[in-house]
Design a protein around this ligand. Structure first.
Ligand code: ADP
Ligand code: MG
Length: 696
């Protein structure tokens, strides 16, 4: 029988394939390019391209594509076939180094935030040799970065690669300070846990809101929700299990290390997590995972919902972004070590993250800001919109002790002076208890839980990498000339912790007390996307991006425009969809039903003079007044959407937040009330009960 090991990575031009198919010197030269970020020689590129093509054609490919990640948050591709016509009406299959290394797609129709006018909209894609090429649908996919012709990045991969380089360079300097000169390179690692919903495809097809917006805009709660907590880790239903099996197989063929799968809290909600990988690979793989989740769902007659909040009243979906740093010698820099020196180094990296998070709370929040995720952040189910960090009691106690210049005491713990004694180990189960924290230390990594399920993880990781690079750079400056490294480290850890400890909160982030407490501490509470985005372009943030070469000021402004625009457009589509559903489905259905009721009342009164029809009469009245209310609100909603469309950028986003969204909410309230009044057979779409409890 064929085992996973037989087909794992069979569609990937991975190290094994390269070793097998490339001449030795070419292979070596390519590896140098990959590990040291050197420019690739054209002869090497030609040779690699030829080997890739031969491999791909043997596996049935006819086309190749540069695969890139524009600001839409999803991926883009344009296919070219390998054929080159030759005399006699025949063709050769060709693929040159030039075609491998660079593509020139028209960039005019991708979001660019005003970087350049359409007439000069040439863009180019550049091969990212650090992410393997792969095969999908008989096409060879080449992961690439996407830039404007003048070199501004138009995608999420370019700044991600820049941020990885920035933090790696700074981390390397620190590690060398601690005497680890054998470490030659450091990479950031990410393991994204992906949540999703599966519902029946037939139900999906009957709801315009799901089709156009990815979430239900109306829908009364079913009598049962998630309160019984019987779904979390519950036994997986046969049909869902078949889907997961199929999905895993597709992912494994693409070399994606899909590892865990389980049911989540809400009914019909599930999670998939891979084994962590280098950040850019993890991002590429997560994009493919999301795409395949949807595709494989179709084969199983499911629709896969990746929206952050497909259903009101039950949990939304996130993408927990687990982040760490690891050396080429195989050590995790967020793992407390065995020796005092290792622990001093660990504490430096730890307080670097603390300082970074406190100083750039705004950017952390921005990296998770979207119309969809606004429904999640701040609701009592996901991390709140306030950025804070969880360290757990043990680690907090260690830092408190260092700050108070006293020894750590307590059961089973070694008393500790920094750099002299050994740090206690922090078992994962003691740090992983708090599920409400936006950014939690979980033993040997940080888990950023604010990220929305439909996000590319590129954005959040660009921010984490860059802000940590900033802390590390300032630490290096402080430590590099220290005569007594231990003393200098102790001082730095102490001072940094004292200055930034307000960002640490180990309690319940869902509680109202925390909101008040956070305000007292002076932490930001950026409730909505437009509020968050306003902070994106502050002088402090623009200077940060510039310092590390992540974004030029022009690029920061372009991203700010794009994010605001995306927010307004998303809500605009929701408004138009809702108006359509209310006017053309809800009102006609309820009107027909109430008219039928009224006719029935009349008939009864003729048949049985003096009969009491008070319940039905009041029902007709209630339904009719809700219809009137819905009609009035829909036309108001239409008016405010038109007003919104006269504005641009941040002004439009704020107007949308303040004037459009309240109508979405209040229309929903009326519609949900109506749904519970009318005959279930008369209701024009599948209900929450149908969708969430249908899958057997
Ligand atoms: P949880 O209890 O949150 O489900 P898991 O142990 O299942 O935690 O890990 C979640 C994710 O974290 C997995 O994708 C895993 O590969 C990833 N992960 C583990 N170690 C690291 C690391 N050093 N860097 C980045 N991600 C990591
Ligand atoms: Mg987790």
């Amino acid at each position: 029988m064929e085992t996973v090991a037989d087909y794992f990575g069979c569609l990937v031009f991975n190290d094994e394939a390269m070793r097998e198919r490339l001449p030795k010197d070419i292979y070596k030269s390519l590896m140098k390019t990959i590990s040291r970020g050197k420019d690739i020689d054209i002869n090497v590129a030609n040779s690699v391209a030829n080997a890739m093509k031969t491999w791909a054609v043997e596996k049935g490919c006819t086309h190749f594509t540069h695969w890139f990640q524009p600001m839409t948050g999803i991926t883009a591709e344009k296919h070219d076939s390998f054929i080159t016509p030759v005399e006699g009406g025949r063709v050769l299959l060709e693929f040159s180094g030039k075609e491998l290394v660079k593509g020139e797609p028209d960039a005019s129709s991708f979001p660019n935030g005003g970087i350049r006018a359409t007439f000069e909209a040439r863009g180019y894609t550049a091969w990212d040799p650090t992410s393997y090429a792969f095969i999908k649908d008989d096409t060879l996919y080449i992961p690439t970065a996407f830039c404007s012709y003048t070199g501004e990045s138009l995608d999420k991969k370019t700044p991600l690669l820049r941020s990885m380089e920035a933090v790696s360079a700074e981390a390397l300097k620190i590690v060398h300070l601690f005497g680890k000169t054998d470490v030659k390179s450091i990479r950031t690692t990410v393991g994204p846990e992906q949540e999703y919903f599966l519902i029946d495809k037939d139900d999906y097809a009957k709801r315009k809101d799901l089709i156009y917006t990815g979430r239900t805009l109306i829908g009364a709660r079913a009598p049962k929700g998630q309160e019984m907590e019987d779904h979390y880790f519950g036994s997986i239903k046969t049909r869902v299990a078949a889907y997961m099996r199929d999905l895993d197989k597709e992912l494994w063929k693409l070399g994606i290390n899909s590892k865990t799968r389980h049911n989540e809290v809400a009914p019909c909600q599930h999670e998939l997590a891979p084994v962590f990988a280098s950040t850019n690979i993890a991002v590429d793989h997560n994009q493919l995972t999301m795409e395949l989740m949807k595709k494989v769902a179709e084969r199983h007659n499911f629709a896969c919902l990746l929206h952050e909040k497909p259903f009101a009243g039950v949990n939304g979906s996130g993408k927990h972004n687990n982040w760490s740093l690891s050396t080429d010698t195989g050590s995790n820099l967020l793992e407390p070590g065995e020796s005092p020196m290792d622990n001093a180094q660990f504490l430096i990296f730890l307080v670097a993250v603390i300082k970074a998070t406190d100083e750039y709370q705004d950017l952390m929040r921005c990296s998770c800001a979207s119309a969809g995720n606004d429904h999640r952040l701040g609701a009592s189910e996901a991390p709140p919109a306030i950025v804070s960090m969880f360290l757990g009691d043990e680690l907090t106690e260690v830092l408190e002790a260092i700050a108070g210049e006293r020894a750590v005491s307590g059961k089973g713990k070694t008393s500790m002076e920094l750099g002299v004694h050994v740090l206690p180990k922090f078992p994962k189960d003691s740090t992983d208890r708090n599920r409400t924290s936006p950014f939690a230390f979980t033993g040997n990594k940080f888990e950023f839980r604010m990220v929305g399920s439909s996000f590319s993880c590129a954005g959040p990781n660009i921010i984490i990498n860059t802000i940590v690079a900033k802390s590390l750079r300032s630490f290096y400056e402080e430590l590099k000339d220290a005569k007594d490294l231990n003393a200098a480290v102790a001082k730095l850890v102490r001072e940094t912790y004292k200055k930034h400890k307000r960002i640490i909160f180990n309690g319940n982030n869902y509680s109202d007390e925390w909101v008040k407490e956070a305000e007292k501490r002076g932490l930001l509470n950026l409730r909505s996307t437009p509020d968050a985005l306003d902070t994106y372009i502050s002088d402090k943030n623009i200077a940060l991006f510039k310092e590390f070469g992540i974004f030029s000021p022009v690029e920061v402004h372009s991203r700010y425009e794009i994010l605001n625009e995306e927010y307004s457009k998303t809500v605009n589509i929701e408004a138009l969809t809702l108006i359509d559903m209310i006017t053309r489905q809800v009102i006609p259905a309820c009107s027909r039903y109430s008219a039928k009721l009224a006719e029935g009342i009349n008939a009864k009164k003729i048949a049985v003079p003096g009969i009491d029809c008070s319940y039905e009469e009041s029902l007709v009245q209630k339904i009719t007044s809700l219809i009137n209310s819905l009609a009035a609100k829909s036309s108001e909603l239409e008016r405010v959407t038109k007003e919104a469309s006269k504005l641009v950028g941040s002004a439009r986003a704020h107007y949308t937040r303040n004037s459009v969204i309240p109508y979405l909410d209040s229309i929903r309230k009326d519609a949900d009330e109506l749904e519970l009044l009318v005959d279930s057979k008369a209701w024009p779409f599948p209900t929450y009960g149908d969708m969430l409890f249908y899958v057997k």
